[in-house]
Design a protein around this ligand. Structure first.
Ligand SMILES: Nc1ncnc2c1ncn2[C@@H]1O[C@H](COP(=O)(O)OP(=O)(O)OP(=O)(O)O)[C@@H](O)[C@H]1O
Ligand SMILES: [Mg+2]
Length: 388
């Protein structure tokens, strides 16, 4: 038991119990909520993806770039999202056929909604901002909530991201073979898991996952995303555009590195397109954006000599058939690309499960960042605790 925690928290964590993880990522495709337990082994008890109301989505997007009256808007959205996150947790508990009760839940691990991620803009004042007030979540749900995971790592000189590699290592590591866990969300991030635990654990963002493809198909076809990569598959790669996009310094930047919508957005694509002929077909741009994600992911895997490791994909991009095919083709022949379902965790619930695990680490007083991943001065206990 931890000495510096109130008795009620120590009681809660001394019994193996169920944790809720809640994740709403950069794609703004929904709020993923899971109820999981970790003892004796990982078990997914319930899961649901809740819709993000259109108004809230628009408000988040507004705050993702600079604008007027930001503090007022941020304050309102912070509390509004806190209420919404709490409702999602309570709905999951209610609809689960496992008769989960609030009292059975040890804690909620809340990522919050990122509205700004500036890990390297100014070395002296790096920051990463996730909103969705954890006080409100704890108050409205009646469940102890752990949140604000990134900022302690940043305070310790790290990028604050990615935070999932320690979790990946704890459940996906193999003693017999190297593995790569690839999360394709809005951004794409890899965790490189060497079989030999004497080797450092590495993890970083490779660049765009779905975010550019989503923005482009939204603009041209009014769709939230290109289902299975069907539209992209009708286009041709534009090599000039691809080359231009690949020139972005981020792609050759050494690790540690992480990124966000600040770097990868529609304005960046439009700028690159300005130097191309006017008759560039939108469908070809879509195909090129898919290629950009695939190439930059594979380049990084190869650069770090993990091209022969088993590759396991998670995140929504795992459903993009064309993207999966391109990853397979770009990596050494004969290597199959699987999803984390082959490691017993459905690719759609890995990220939310990671935040449930991160909450548990906090309550146990254990660190959850990896200094080799984020570049922090050392390992730290992340997150702040908001009692029920
Ligand atoms: N059937 C599908 N075909 C193609 N793309 C899909 C499909 N299903 C989901 N996606 C993509 O996955 C995205 C959502 O992925 P995910 O929820 O993992 O990202 P995220 O919310 O940004 O998470 P994070 O930032 O934590 O990685 C969608 O926006 C879409 O681009
Ligand atoms: Mg999502």
């Amino acid at each position: 038991m931890m000495k510096n925690l109130p008795a009620s928290i120590n009681d809660a964590i001394s019994a193996p119990g169920i944790y809720i993880g809640i994740m709403s990522g950069t794609s703004l495709d929904g709020i993923d909520v899971v109820a999981v337990s970790f003892e004796p082994k990982l078990q997914l008890h319930a899961h649901c993806s809740f819709e993000l109301p259109a108004l809230i989505k628009a408000q988040i997007l507004t705050l993702c770039s600079s604008g007027e009256d930001e503090i007022e808007k941020l304050g309102h959205l912070d509390v509004g999202l806190g209420k919404l996150f709490a409702q999602c947790c309570l709905k999951l508990i209610k609809q689960s056929d496992l008769h989960l009760a609030v009292d059975n839940i040890v804690a909620i691990g809340l990522h919050g909604q990122t509205i700004r991620h500036r890990p390297d803009n100014s070395p002296k004042h790096n920051f990463s901002l996730q909103i969705g007030d954890a006080n409100t979540v704890a108050e409205e749900s009646g469940i102890l909530t752990v949140a604000d995971f990134r900022r302690r790592d940043i305070a310790a000189g790290g990028q604050g991201a990615p935070l999932v590699p320690a979790f990946h290592a704890s459940i996906f590591h193999s003693n017999s073979c190297d593995r790569v866990i690839l999360n394709i969300g809005g951004m794409a991030n890899v965790t490189l898991l060497p079989a030999d635990t004497q080797q450092p654990l590495l993890g970083f963002d490779t660049g765009p996952g779905n975010v550019l493809m989503d923005a482009w198909v939204q603009q041209h076809l009014g769709l939230a995303y290109d289902v299975n990569g069907d539209w992209a598959s009708k286009g041709q790669i534009n090599p000039v555009l691809l080359q231009k996009l690949l020139e972005l310094p981020f792609f050759s930047q050494p690790i540690p590195k992480s990124t966000g919508r600040e770097q990868f957005n529609l304005a960046w694509i439009e700028l690159a397109l300005q130097s191309l002929s006017d008759n560039t077909r939108p469908v070809d741009v879509q195909r090129t954006l898919l290629e950009l994600s695939a190439v930059t992911i594979c380049q990084e895997i190869q650069k770090h000599k993990f091209a022969n490791a088993g590759l396991y994909v998670c995140g929504g991009g795992a459903h993009n058939q064309l993207l999966m095919t391109r990853l397979q083709q770009l990596l050494p022949s004969g290597k199959s690309v699987s999803s984390t379902a082959d490691l017993n965790l459905d690719p759609d619930w890995v990220e939310a499960t990671a935040f449930a695990w991160l909450a548990r680490q906090t309550l146990l007083g254990l660190s959850s960042n990896c200094a080799t991943v984020t570049g922090a001065r050392g390992e730290r206990v992340l997150g702040a605790i908001f009692q029920a």
